[in-house]
Design a protein. Sequence first.
Lengths: 347, 339
Amino acid sequence: MPVERQLPAEDLLLEVRDLHVHFPLDEGTVKAVAGVDFDVYRNRTLCVVGESGCGKSVSAQSILQLVDRPGRIVQGQIRFHRHDADGSVTVTDLAALRSSSRALRAIRGRHIGMVFQEPNTSLSPIHTVGNQISEVIQLHLGEDEEAARRRGIEMLERVGIARPAQNYDAYTFELSGGMRQRVMIAMALVCSPALLIADEPTTALDVTTQAQIMSLLQELQADFGMGVMLITHDLGVVAEMADDVVVMYLGQVAEYGDVDRIFHAPAHPYTKALLRSIPNLDFDQDIRLDSIRGMVPDPFHRPVGCPFGPRCDEVIEGRCEAENPPAFSLEEGGSVRCLHYEEVTLS
Amino acid sequence: MSEANGTLLSVRNLSMFYPVRGGFLQGHRGEVRAVDDVSFDIQAGETLGLVGESGCGKTTTGRCILRVVAPTAGELWYHPREGESVDLARLDTGGLLPWRQEIRMIFQDPFASLNPRLPVLEIVGECLKVNRGLRGSALEERVAELLGLVGLRPEYMRRYPHAFSGGERQRIGIARALALNPRLVVADEAVSALDVSVRSQTLNLLQDLQNEMQLTYLFISHDLSVIRYVCNRVAVMYVGKLVELADTRSLFLTPQHPYTEALLSSVPKPDPRVRSQRIVLEGDVPDPSQPPSGCHFHPRCRYAVDRCAEETPPLRETADGHHVACHLADEIELVGIHG
Ligand SMILES: Nc1ncnc2c1ncn2[C@@H]1O[C@H](COP(=O)(O)OP(=O)(O)OP(=O)(O)O)[C@@H](O)[C@H]1O
Ligand SMILES: Nc1ncnc2c1ncn2[C@@H]1O[C@H](COP(=O)(O)OP(=O)(O)O)[C@@H](O)[C@H]1O
Ligand code: SF4
Ligand code: SF4
Ligand SMILES: [Mg+2]
Ligand SMILES: [Mg+2]
């Protein structure tokens, strides 16, 4: 995908190109990710937004080859740019590595940290917070237990855990939801990775706790300069956190661009409809919410032609039913998969 | 939404304490004050919102009103008709029977609240069989009518819940709640599990049904942007207590409780040009079995004075219809959504 955004090439961390991930099931094949492209840069936050089941989590899990069986990357590249202290850059295609390979295990948790959608399932209830953090540190940084403990407690303090030394020895079930999410973030960041992938890190939390976690992520990014890929279905969180936005629909990127353009000059009919359907705190909106008609088709019955066609208000008769639009570049930056933008394509 | 015309339910000094057991002797160790001395009215035809953080007692309040549980203390005066009143808190199972048809619930989780082994006809029709003695084609006709009301095809009545999407399941739950022509519907996080597009469809549906069937809603949600859309008035809870109650506009534009102010400021605004000046509340919601002394909010309140740790502020009316429980309500200037 041509991305004419003039973002500094030396800050490029991750290039995902034409990614396809399939789940072969008895009822048929679920094409969870069907040709996805995006980039992540140092010091920038990319938000991936879309409705349930559109492939956000599977895209993120693919980067570290953590997709559940029988899911499999069937096509595409995931080029990770490792920046070393001496200024050299090594590019590795993560999609070409085996999930259990040493090369990939050396990257997971060390260069790319991940915070998952379900903190309860990704933290162990039978090990203390400290056990789990020091395991990561010892594995990747080769520090002894004492040094790991010091580093771990420091990190807990950094993510705003009260009484860090005491909580280092606590079990995760003794912590509140917000504290557990902070522990997850501490574990993901303790080796100072270049890239943090966070899948709905605040969805299960109250708005007040969500505000704490969002502020924390912003602070940590300012300190460490990491690139962040943040997955969410909440457009408020996107507006608050993103530099760049990927809007997904049915396993594809419907629209990509910088956050201001996405909210103030959305191009794709789906992006426009999504923005119209969010309730807002203001009182100057009509009391009736706009909604997108119909619903997301089930994954076994993908529409022919444009995937958004059956729900779209701007259908071009005779074309949208037949063609799945490719990504067209927009003059103002970013790209959109909609036939209305065919003419404006820069080639 | 329709105009208010009289009080349908008066909740008076409602409390619900759950015992906390623990230790190897399983002795009584205290209690969770899930709802602690809460009073409010619900007007016929209105939508009253109940907001607050997880664990503050919203669901428990709803469960008391539905009399799924017997409250520890307090009264629940239901006014079915002009001049008639009944205290639901004092009735036993038999006495509650007639009122159970008038007060119904829509649940949070559209996946867990429908029995997967029953077809939609049984799920929606169950209460019609029990309470109205409907059978055969009469039952099917009424279920078909209800499905039509919530925008589902009548043919779907033979299908099982797994064949529906989240939004459709929530509609089945709504159809079930409406089967007996209720007057008061308690909707507990009814749209929280739904995606934006399906959520807005469901909210519009709830509003249409309210107009058609003259329904009154107690709308429980932790999502302030949804509350702002559907509610006429809003009650804010914090650790088992009501801290503010006002019509939606004044609550959002001129909040008077510091907790409401913080809640409003922490909702992310869907516009990157107004990245908010969030008030980040420090710390966690207190444990309701050991609430802080005085005003429960004082350890997290940025306006707190010495008195706040000692005296519990009562809920009092500070302006027309605006109730607030804060010692400093008359002295501090708080910021609403236009801050
Ligand atoms: N383990 C699996 N087996 C089969 N299909 C799967 C599996 N995991 C995901 N899928 C399918 O892949 C598609 C994308 O799922 P994914 O979890 O990425 O969605 P999402 O965008 O993260 O949704 P949500 O907002 O609900 O988290 C869906 O159709 C889903 O049903
Ligand atoms: N059956 C129960 N037994 C013991 N404690 C309970 C029970 N139900 C709720 N609670 C407690 O009461 C408090 C209020 O809970 P709830 O009303 O469910 O909150 P909300 O709906 O506002 O999230 C919480 O601390 C919760 O753990
Ligand atoms: S290609 Fe056609 S159907 Fe698809 S989004 Fe554009 S106008 Fe709508
Ligand atoms: S009573 Fe005191 S602590 Fe409580 S909200 Fe008011 S100012 Fe804050
Ligand atoms: Mg997901
Ligand atoms: Mg609840």
